[in-house]
Design a protein around this ligand. Sequence first.
Ligand code: SF4
Length: 358
Amino acid sequence: MIYVHVPFCKSFCNYCDFYSEIAREDKFGRYTDQICEEIRRRKGEMDNSLRTLYFGGGTPSVLPLGDLTRILLTLEECGHGGPYTEFTMEVNPEDIVERGLPYVQSLKALGVNRISMGVQSFDDELLRWMNRRHSADGARKAFRLVREAGIGNISLDLIFGLSNLSDEVWEDTIREALALGPEHISCYQLTVEGDSVLAQRLENGEYEEADEELCRRQYDRLCTLLGEAGYRHYEISNFAKPGFEAIHNQGYWQRKPYVGLGPSAHSFSGRNRSWNDASLDDYSHTEESLSVEDEKVETLMLSLRTAKGADGEFLMANCIPGSIDLLLKEGALVKIGRRYRIPEDHFFVSDEIIRTLV
Ligand code: SF4
């Protein structure tokens, strides 16, 4: 599992505080040199078992094709080239529309077989408010171009839980997304992040956080509509048509080792976690070893966020005595064979459930 972080955006969304720099032509060459150098330096850490490659960001679709090719050739030279079981590229709809069909065809020729598109909403007013670059129509056009290029695995990202998102507009957004027929949908509840523009607005009294009830209602509506449309709710925030569950992301939840390349990227060796500095200038790598307790909590949290749930023996051996029975009685946990899972109608309060267990 290899992750490449592309820390460039053409503009910044009001809710985001990820590390990202303004995209400028003169920065890409040096960035790519650094990634290629990091691949050569860390090739021994890369594990080929899942054979997934994921370009995330930031906005990977701002990266020139020449730079992308150089990164892929370096991976190949180091014994980690394609074809990959899953090669995902996150894209902004506006880049797809601007760069057109030949761009997506080139991505496909380079081995990309899964596109993850940040749509967030199909409401133009809300998109402008979020400072997204694209319009609802742009997202529809981009989706059609990706399909036309022959990519058969498309994921859309949506956001809910904003105080200025009405239930009607949210329902329209879900229905618009479904009308396109993506194989996968990821939905995130908006959180006001520390260094975001939105956090500042909240502080100045220009934004009010959505109340719990609205978030819950919008999440429930999402689960119902996507379930009716045949999507499997396989992780709290992720829905897929059968057979299109994200291989790379499932690897994260199963605590498989991965190497994260580029500024601010995180890695996991199977034992220790490490991360690169959030800086384009000679970012350095810091490692932290996990205690047995950390490992236990991580395993529990990651597995219970999925429909597969956690192994029964593991749970019995590691949870507060009596907590499993209590949650089973409340219907907040169910036993399926040798595993326990949080049922879908309790996913929304999974953090509380996990806190009861450890
Ligand atoms: S949400 Fe994505 S596109 Fe928007 S600023 Fe953050 S990284 Fe960039």
